[in-house]
Design a protein. Sequence first.
Length: 296
Amino acid sequence: MQYKLLASDFDNTLVPFGEPCPRPAVVKAVKKMQTAGGKFVLSTGRGYCVINKQQLGGIRFDYAIANNGACVVDRDGAIIAEHPMTNEEMYALVDFCEDYNYPLQFNFRDGYYAYCEYESLRDFYAQLGGSGLTCKDGEDQDRHLIDMPHAAFACLPDEALEAFNRKYGHLNLRFMMVGAVREGSWHCYDIVREGIDKGVGLADLCETMGLTLADAVSAGDSANDVGMLKAAGLGCCMANGSDDAKEAADRIIGDVREDGLAALIEELWFNGPRAEPSGHELGSPWGQMEAAEEKQ
């Protein structure tokens, strides 16, 4: 079967975390696929507002599934499907994080706005080198008066998630752990509405394109990719992926640091050798984030 599109996660799938852009072999493979008629879909927990051409190393995506499926855009940034947060959901997060001084940002169309603990988030992003992440000081808490955010991001200790759900569990917000464990058993979470994930975004996109999910290949590495890996006709997890992502995938391909995505494209679109893990142990893919935390 000839697949019609490839939906790829960004961090540690398309680009090794901490590096500024995809490696040359991956850029070449994606462009070759597009020339042959395949569509490249960037699928990320990041908002469209923080994706730029420099981060993609010359790749121009055909579509982007942003904010973990809460917003789907075309190559020019026009929204073709969206699932923004409600006032009630947003205010619950603000009230909770303000009470305990937990860093909290919301992902709006034009940028990330920190509603709680701006300096903490700003410094955290600054330590991540070439990640391309940044935020604006939104502690006036008025950006949502223009339009609602598609998603949120928070840094919380282990016990906070249980406390939040005791008070606001009826909202059924979806917390997806991303990145490495921070110092003191704190975690970073992407937060979206109930039922939203990259698989939903992929389904929205396929419907718009007149395709079925069986026409799609997905590639990812972590918990926020699970829905997409299960939804696509073929779900591929990187060798550097988390256990839950590997379990959700149909197969495992090479490490992001060994151009696993390029090998997959060569196999599926150009009858190249089967893309397989090398078996080499390369250590944690979040090494730069973990090193930044150790310096704090």
